[in-house]
Write a protein that binds this ligand. Structure first.
Ligand SMILES: C[S@@+](CC[C@H](N)C(=O)[O-])C[C@H]1O[C@@H](n2cnc3c(N)ncnc32)[C@H](O)[C@@H]1O
Length: 268
């Protein structure tokens, strides 16, 4: 997939209270309920997730995830932590690139998604139930942290990014794949119609369980309300990542990346 634009954002500092979007009270009553709502929603849709993803990913599937990992520097000999592993779509591609499933750890807050990931990945990949904001992973113990399409679901970007930096060895890299609102009203209206109406309708048809449609409703609402790419880049800089940038393909597919500096100190 061609990279069509690139941004490295502006210099920034740590930002407190870094929610990826305002509370979505159409879905849950208060911010404190967000994490439980998200876990419940993904538990309820885990069995349908791959089918739903096939509908809304616009053909980006495994190939896109694999090429994004390679472009961000993933290579044999490294150890990777895939945060928000879901059904294992990113982790499976990482294991292919690394040539070693044992070099991959997948982490997710939803036990339903982890069960699906186990089915896809087999026993070779280690799977852990935990939240991005509190990783049960040792300091400086991995070479690469990935997270696919879950940035909108964490409680606080600053807290999650600080965790990613903590577990990365100096020089290690982070890659965050996400869908974002395109520039321009026409493109936004087209994506809103597609993700907000066409995909939920297709999901209700192909995966007729009630929660599949609810997942896509929530999916669109989080995309629409999500902070802009510049804010995400600022939070990465605020967590002391270097070489921070966002590559955008087809106006909507964002790949945020950064590197833990080699000579950093944890007091920075
Ligand atoms: C849209 S799925 C993406 C799955 C996979 N990464 C992919 O590329 O298809 C989002 C996943 O994020 C997980 N998730 C949401 N919030 C999380 C958090 N705070 N910590 C860990 N996992 C989280 C959900 O349980 C779900 O499995």
């Amino acid at each position: 997939m061609p990279v069509v634009s690139r941004s490295n954002g502006s210099a920034g500092a740590a930002v407190a209270g870094a929610e990826p979007h305002r509370p979505l009270t159409r879905h849950y009553a208060a911010p404190a309920e967000r994490s439980g709502f998200v876990r419940d929603l993904f538990n309820g849709t885990a069995a349908d997730y791959d089918r739903i993803n096939g509908v809304f990913s616009l053909g980006t599937g495994g190939w896109y995830r694999r090429e994004a990992l390679r472009r961000a520097g993933l290579a044999r000999g490294q150890r990777l932590l895939d945060v928000a592993v879901g059904t294992g779509l990113v982790a499976a591609e990482a294991a292919r690139v690394l040539g070693d499933p044992a070099a991959v750890t997948g982490l997710d807050l939803s036990e339903g998604m982890l069960a699906e990931a186990r089915r896809r990945l087999g026993d070779g990949v280690r799977l852990v139930q935990a939240r991005a904001e509190a990783l049960p992973v040792a300091d400086r113990s991995v070479d690469f942290v990935s997270m696919g399409y879950a940035l909108r679901h964490v409680a606080d970007l600053g807290v999650a990014f600080a965790e990613y930096r903590r577990v990365l060895r100096p020089g290690g890299r982070v890659l965050l794949l996400e869908i974002g609102r395109p520039e321009g009203r026409v493109a936004q209206a087209a994506l809103k119609a597609y993700l907000g109406r066409v995909v939920p309708a297709l999901c209700r048809w192909t995966a007729p369980r009630r929660r599949a449609g609810q997942l896509m409703d929530y999916y669109w609402d989080t995309i629409e309300a999500c902070v802009p790419a510049e804010t995400i880049l600022r939070h990465l800089r605020g967590a002391n990542f270097a070489d921070v940038r966002c590559d955008t393909a087809l106006g909507v597919f964002k790949a945020y990346s950064g590197r833990r500096p080699l000579a950093d100190d944890d007091a920075a």
